[in-house]
Write a protein that binds this ligand. Sequence first.
Ligand code: TXA
Ligand code: MG
Length: 317
Amino acid sequence: MGIVKATDEAIRVAADHLRAGQLVAFPTETVYGLGADATNGRAVAAVFEAKGRPQFNPLIVHVIDVAHAQEHGMFTPLAVRLAEAFWPGPLTLVVRKSAQSTISDLATAGLETVALRAPDHPIAHRLLHATERPVAAPSANRSGHVSPTLAEHVQTDLGERVSLILDGGPTAHGLESTILDATGNEPVMLRTGVTPAETIEAVLGQPLRRALSDDAQPQAPGQLASHYAPNARVRLNATDVKSEEALLAFGPDVPSTAGRVINLSPTGDLIEAAAKLFAALRMMDKSEPVTIAVMPIPNQGLGEAINDRLARAAAPR
Ligand code: TXA
Ligand code: MG
């Protein structure tokens, strides 16, 4: 469908696409986002595939307002204060994911926390309203390319990978939202962005702690201490399975000796495997095996990000 003017009808169609698991690019006040239904693991996997990200970074999940955010995250009084002061607007709050949240594990890269923001843009707002779901959306560009501030940028970068691009003209800021970790008593700035630290400090009445990497880029989730790592040892590229092992399988040819098995995708579909990965690791771990044996996964497309995550899980701790 390509670029469409964001009329009421187009927004309704875009919402239908999102609810059907397709990707829709839409304008926010910061940059254009590549949106997917955050509750649909396969749709979220398609975002990673479209961006060509070799890693599963947790994504920012867009909501209408604080009330909707509270369906998915646990807001401390401090987080409520920040949301009330800055939402809708270019501030993302990382909070604990609530037990009843339906946001997929892939959107949060298996973390116990979730990054939420209410964008300040009429088209984004109407789209979220019509979709009636939280929408995961990183910037709508291929990994490593600059963030798009025009619908045409999205078209050039992602083309057929996105089902529809809602055109809202140039974005106001052209820079991403500021990200704050608001899980504790003291907020920590994780990424610099449109909302200046000084403005946040003025609201808080105290200096803001910063946990930025050297280049002020977002912390790689693999470096986040809270990133999900199984308790069990992980053995990669397993072509056989021992009796004490649980097997994380992929594809149709599962070793017949396997007892406890979760198959990431019996048909060998990498999108399905990505969508299931974090939940599968968690579920395997619950049965407390000494070792999780993992069958080989092709290192192409989403397979690269899956293998990156599994390699981290297998690294000695
Ligand atoms: O302006 C923006 O924020 C744009 C527009 C489209 O809204 N969105 C955006 O999203 O930049 P995204 O998904 O690319 O941001 C992802 C970054 C991650 O790299 C990570 O730094 C941080 O958000 N993040 C997400 N979830 C997190 C979590 N649970 N804990 C810590 N950081 C998290
Ligand atoms: Mg980006």
